[in-house]
Design a protein around this ligand. Structure first.
Ligand code: MN
Length: 237
């Protein structure tokens, strides 16, 4: 049996939804994707955690700044309190038992917040000489460069110290959570990757690898490594 990868849902016009690209990326990398719906009961979240071998935090709307004790900035976008609540519980439970976590875009932000870090509510308001992080180019196309830190697990996975990535965000990690470290930054200083400092696999990226893994072995390696870790976790269950 393949490792079961739970993917968190967004809510769009009262429909729990996951972009088809996340599902394909997991399926093509050897996992079986299932939807982690926006439930209200924490028993259901416990069941999700029991069932899955890996937690994929998908992209989506902004995190409620209340989660890191800030008042809302005027440039804060749409928030989804029910989704925040589900993801906060999933992440803290997953971290506490060493369940592999892969956070994408909003996912890196929620991973950081759930672990005790903070965010920039709007990088355009907070950075001088900020780059364009909400590209108009297609998703498969990398529009800005990231520098991948030496010694990082990210570097070991993708094998490149510099790579072009896509960009569809206006928020970013500010203070990195305890137990995590920066793995990649853009040239304007915006954090584009964080990872757990212990042996458990918990990685977040600010870009969207699910839109650019095809014909891109370094990016595809992120999903392959996540599934490898999920398989390892499953075998120890
Ligand atoms: Mn970016």
């Amino acid at each position: 049996m393949r490792p079961i990868i739970g993917i968190t849902c967004g809510l769009n016009e009262n429909i729990n939804s996951i972009g088809a690209e996340y599902i394909s990326a997991i399926e093509e990398s050897g996992g079986t994707p299932i939807a982690l719906t926006l439930v209200k009961k924490s028993e259901c979240i416990d069941d999700f955690i029991d069932i899955i071998d890996g937690l994929l935090l998908s992209g989506g709307v902004d995190a409620d700044p209340m989660l890191y004790n800030e008042e809302p900035h005027p440039a804060l976008g749409r928030i989804d309190v029910d989704r925040d609540n589900v993801e906060m519980q999933l992440i803290s439970k997953a971290i506490s038992i060493g369940l592999p976590i892969f956070g994408i875009c909003r996912g890196i932000q929620m991973l950081n917040v759930a672990a005790g870090g903070t965010l920039y509510q709007d990088i355009n308001a907070s950075f001088n000489n900020v780059l364009k992080h909400r590209q108009s180019a297609p998703g498969y196309y990398g529009t800005h460069t990231i520098e991948v830190h030496e010694e990082s697990r990210l570097l070991k996975i993708i094998g490149l110290s510099k790579i072009r990535v896509n960009s569809f965000h206006h928020q970013a990690v500010r203070e990195v959570a305890p137990g995590f470290t920066i793995s990649a930054v853009a040239h304007d200083g915006v954090i584009e990757g964080i990872e757990s400092v212990n042996n458990n696999f918990a990685i977040g990226v600010q870009f969207h690898p699910e839109l650019m893994w095809q014909n891109n072995p370094p990016i595809n390696a992120l999903f392959m490594e996540f599934i490898r870790e999920a398989r390892k976790y499953k075998s120890k269950k």
